[in-house]
Design a protein around this ligand. Structure first.
Ligand code: NAP
Ligand code: GLV
Length: 306
């Protein structure tokens, strides 16, 4: 077995070492142009040249949950694409989203500003019932987030492509259930994969359907959001604010208005990081399972786009 590692923006040595330890007997090497043919690859945003040079790949393991960047490329025929399934990401995503929602709901930014000025000011408690939270995407990450929000006793709604049932979450499904879902929510959390169906889904029309004083948490992909529409709805007062972790261009350009908007919190795509040890263990386990002819979780359907 020959496993090639080809991951942008990732220091290869610790991954190569970890994969070699987890897959004794396999050849594991970093890809360079002209590298020998391999049967498996561990990838993140690989160049098209890598894929063109490796037509014999049987399976590619993406070291992230989202495969949008990979599916934009021309893949070797018949290759299986497998994404990370949780691998320590869902707890991070639950922390990030609950932090963002609670920070907004409890007005911690305003208390922080008061504290910096030495002001002891009490704000009126806001009823939780006035802050129903909607989670778009009820997959590995969205489900964990919806459950975590429910533990804080927010009213929680969820939206997915196919119907789901989750305790404590009012579930909506499909395009026919979308507007009713939006109409229920004041806080909207996006955890959809980026596909042709979901690109630009956070736009003037959809965000306008949220309850007055709405708040957006986008932790999926920047191309889900039409930036100007969010800014217009913030300026018009329909939206109260947003926490954004992902952007159309990353790093977010210095001149982008999101950086300076008083009601937007920006983080640099850190809501759920890829954890190396957990990911290596998961990928090695899946390579071994495939070799035994077993099915593995997280195999992507390229037609569906996730
Ligand atoms: P997942 O398990 O594949 O779940 C995707 C969910 O979205 C499923 O519930 C799916 O519905 C739903 N969905 C897909 N297309 C839809 C559509 N057209 N209409 C309605 N629902 C639709 O994915 P995941 O592991 O939870 O990850 C979600 C995304 O999070 C990733 O794709 C990635 O972009 C993003 N992410 C971001 C970070 C970060 O650090 N910011 C980290 C990790 C992941 P069904 O249940 O019916 O299939
Ligand atoms: C990160 O954005 C991921 O898709 O894992």
């Amino acid at each position: 077995m020959h496993v090639l590692f080809c991951c942008a923006d990732t220091r290869p040595e610790p991954w190569l070492e970890g994969l070699r330890a987890a897959l004794p007997g396999a050849t594991v090497s970093e890809w360079r142009p002209g590298a020998p043919q391999a049967d498996h690859a561990v990838v993140w945003s690989p160049p098209q040249r890598f894929l063109d040079e490796q037509p014999a790949l049987q399976a590619m393991f993406n070291i992230g949950a989202g495969v949008d960047a990979l599916l934009r490329l021309r893949l070797p025929p018949g290759v299986r694409v497998v994404r990370l399934n949780d691998a320590g990401m869902s707890v991070q995503m639950a922390e990030y989203v609950c932090h963002a929602v609670i920070r907004h709901f409890r007005e911690f930014a305003a208390y922080g500003a008061d504290a910096r000025e030495g002001r002891w000011t009490l704000r009126k408690p806001r009823p939780r019932a006035d802050f129903p939270v909607g989670v778009m995407g009820l997959g590995v990450l969205g489900e964990r987030v919806a459950r975590a929000l429910h533990l804080f006793e927010f009213p929680v709604h969820g939206w997915s492509r196919s119907p789901r049932a989750l305790d404590g979450v009012v579930c909506h499904a499909g395009t026919e259930g979308f507007d009713a879902f939006l109409g229920e929510c004041r806080v909207l959390v996006n955890l959809l994969p980026l596909t042709p169906q979901t690109q630009d889904i956070l736009n003037r029309r959809t965000l306008s359907r949220l309850r007055e004083g709405a708040y957006l948490v986008n932790v999926a992909r920047g191309a889900h959001l039409v930036d100007e529409d969010l800014l217009a709805l913030l300026d018009g007062g329909h939206m109260a604010g947003a926490t954004l972790d992902v952007f159309r261009t990353e790093p977010l350009p210095a001149e982008h208005p999101f950086w300076r908007h008083p009601n937007i919190t920006v983080t640099p795509h850190i809501s759920a990081r890829t954890l190396r040890d957990e990911s290596i263990a998961q990928i090695a386990g899946k390579i071994q399972a495939l070799a035994r002819g077993e099915r593995v979780d997280g195999e992507v359907d390229p037609q569906r786009g996730y």
